[in-house]
Design a protein around this ligand. Structure first.
Ligand SMILES: *Cc1c(COP(=O)(O)O)cnc(C)c1O
Length: 459
């Protein structure tokens, strides 16, 4: 392909394919129709000696892969906690690919770093984090928690007189790692990776919120450096840990408070929901996602740490060949990656387009749609909503566990709405997450209608 113009026709083909796919976002069937083996067959399993023209490759991968795609962008996709993508964020993401900048260093790629720094400062403002907080753009909330927790680990050790950067962690004081009974599993993984071992589990209440008395007792039980991992947004109930009180208890015991708010941190940006996050800004580190609530494309997570020095000491890279900026932190000083795509640019784009009010409306709209789904399900004979619907999550049961599972299967088979099967507090549930910018009251009503049909077919 020596033709310099070839970008044009290849990208035109990509735009045409994407346009056809995206046109089905609202009304196309949600679940995939092909499985992995079928997709591999369609793509061709043998590495060719030489391949066809790039446009032909794109057409082949579209034809092969699209039957195996889940329409996560559908306004009635309520599986797990996944978001769709807004046009402006997708457009910006395409530009990030076209520009192909290595976003690790300020002086090398000032354009994208500037946009990411603006997005970072807007996020700090929207979430009500301390002005000292620094933000790193990572692949998702799992890695965002990893970044927050590694800064936490080294800092609580430093305060205990142990320099982990110099000596490693073996032989140092044991760091106590406390999590709520209903934390997300990503927090355990992050703790294991950084050598904290199995977390001590602190009891939660009936909505899955960590209990302050239980945290106080767990901290009093032992001494030494400690990290407390709190949650803003429980994946089953949407509940928020009582952050203000829990952070106070953690700090009184000298512990670092980290908040996993993969989708819940965004409640702080909506005045009608902000009280759920009271005290949030007093924590020491936070993890959230842009690819869920903000509806930017995968993959984009956000790590924030109040004590920038602690963050830099834990993750910054130092090498003479890197054109590091004297006295100012580089993006690579805030995350574990050096080379990475400028995934903060789609965040900038989404925030610039929505504005403060638009973000508030987006988040409030998701919570309102969840209320519509909950009320609609409660009105179905034999159906129950098991959680207090305070945010974006609805956990429903339809009689026996078998019946609940059958309703989930019928819903999936029809394909107009999707919820994920799970179990919560010992019961099978169908969990509806509302994390897509397109889900409004009308779409929520269509989801309820689909649930009613699924209930009728399983009667
Ligand atoms: C989704 C989620 C995570 C993990 O986020 P990824 O972006 O998938 O890494 C962590 N915590 C909670 C509460 C989540 O909902």
């Amino acid at each position: 392909m020596s033709d310099r113009e070839s970008f044009g026709s290849v990208l035109d083909e990509a735009v045409a394919i994407a346009g056809r796919w995206l046109a089905g976002t609202r009304d196309g069937p949600i679940p995939p129709s092909a499985d992995i083996e079928q997709v591999k067959d369609a793509l061709g399993r043998t590495l060719p000696e030489r391949g066809p023209a790039p446009e032909d490759v794109l057409r082949r991968i579209a034809a092969g892969i699209e039957p195996g795609l889940m329409r996560i962008g559908s306004p009635r996709f309520h599986g797990w906690v996944m978001g769709g993508t807004q046009p402006v964020a997708l457009g910006a993401d395409w530009l990030v690919g076209a520009w192909d900048q290595n976003a690790g260093l300020r002086t090398v790629t000032p354009g994208v770093v500037a946009a990411e720094e603006l997005a970072a400062s807007w996020l700090v403002d929207l979430f009500g984090l301390p002005a000292t907080a620094e933000v790193g753009f990572v692949t998702g909330a799992t890695v965002a928690s990893l970044v927050g927790l590694v800064a936490a680990r080294d800092e609580v050790l430093r305060r205990a007189g142990w320099d982990a950067a110099e000596r490693g962690i073996a032989g140092g004081p044991r760091v106590r790692f406390l999590v709520g009974a209903e934390r997300h599993g990503s927090v355990d993984s992050a703790g294991l990776v950084i050598g904290l071992g199995r977390a001590r589990v602190v009891e939660a209440d009936e909505q899955g919120r960590m209990r302050p008395d239980a945290l106080r007792a767990a901290l009093a039980d032992d001494s030494g450096p400690a990290i407390v991992c709190l949650q803003a947004g429980n994946i089953h109930s949407g509940a928020f840990d009582p952050l203000d009180e829990l952070i106070g208890i953690a700090h009184d015991a000298g512990a670092w408070a980290h908040v996993d708010g993969a989708f819940g941190l965004w409640a702080a940006a909506a005045p009608g929901l902000r009280s759920l996050t009271a005290g949030l800004g007093k924590a020491d580190s936070w993890a959230t996602d842009a690819h869920k609530t903000l509806s930017t494309p995968y993959d984009c997570g956000i790590a924030a740490v109040a004590d920038a020095g602690a963050l830099h000491r834990a993750v910054a890279q130092h090498a003479a060949y890197l054109a590091s900026s004297a006295g100012v932190a580089d993006p690579a000083d805030r995350v574990l990656e050096l080379s990475r795509r400028a995934r903060g640019v789609p965040v900038y784009a989404a925030l610039a387009q929505l504005g403060r009010q638009g973000v508030a409306d987006l988040v409030q709209g998701l919570a309102d749609a969840a209320t519509v789904i909950a009320e609609g399900i409660r009105a179905i004979p034999g159906a129950e909503v098991l959680n207090d619907v305070v945010y974006t999550q609805v956990c429903a049961a339809f009689g026996s566990d078998d019946r609940t599972r059958a309703v989930g299967e019928a819903l999936l088979a029809e394909g107009t709405a999707l919820a994920s099967p799970s179990s919560w507090h010992g019961r099978a549930v169908l969990r509806f997450s509302v994390s897509n910018w397109l889900t409004d009251a009308e779409e929520a009503g269509r989801t309820v209608a689909a649930v009613r049909r699924a209930v009728d077919t399983t009667a």
